[in-house]
Structure formats: structure tokens, C-alpha cells
Design a protein. Sequence first.
Length: 114
Amino acid sequence: MLNTGEQITCPTFDEPGNFHLELRCEDCDIQRLAGLNLGQVDDRYREGRITQNCFEAYMFAWAVLSPAGSRAEWRETPTSPDVRRIARKLLGLRGFDVPADLIEKRTGAFAEAA
Ligand SMILES: [Zn+2]
């Protein structure tokens, strides 16, 4: 999977009509996810066109934005670092605030390098 960093870095990201195919690039997958509704995501997930991590991130983001309509299990903040990162990128891409408990706490020398 390409472009699995904290920020959107895919060089094709802002090029109209240019993108990586499904399941090849995290940034491009997230861009597609951001334009899909819940039913479309569910369908594509069942067809194997959306990764488990992207599916879980989308469902969490959807639950953050629609707490009353979401299922309880999707409202819990994900623990997987990958799911958490994808959820941050997805929410940020659409201009929504990222919940505080989804933001990683940076400590020590690692934070200096990041
Ligand atoms: Zn890409």
C-alpha cells in the first residue's frame, strides 16, 4: 500500500482524473471513501474493494458525525494505529474536526523526529 503516512502525500491527489487503483494507495482510497455514502461503502467492502482498515475508519468517522444513527460498536475510538490514522485523514479531508482521543500523543525523541 502506497502513501501510508500521516499526511496526504500522493502526487496524483490533486490531479483531476488521475489516481491509483483501488487497494494500491491509502491516499487515493481515502479520497474515494470521502465521496461515498454508507451504503456504497458497505457494498464495496463486501466486494473486497475497501480494506478492513479503511472500512473501520469510515464507520468510526461516520459514527462521529452521526452518533444517533450509528451502531454502538462503531462509536468506540479505534485502537489500531492504521485505522486511527486513516480516520484522521478522512475527517481532515472533509474539513471536520478530529476528535481529541483520535490524536496520537507524542512523547520523547520520537516526537522530535516526527
Ligand atoms: Zn494515490
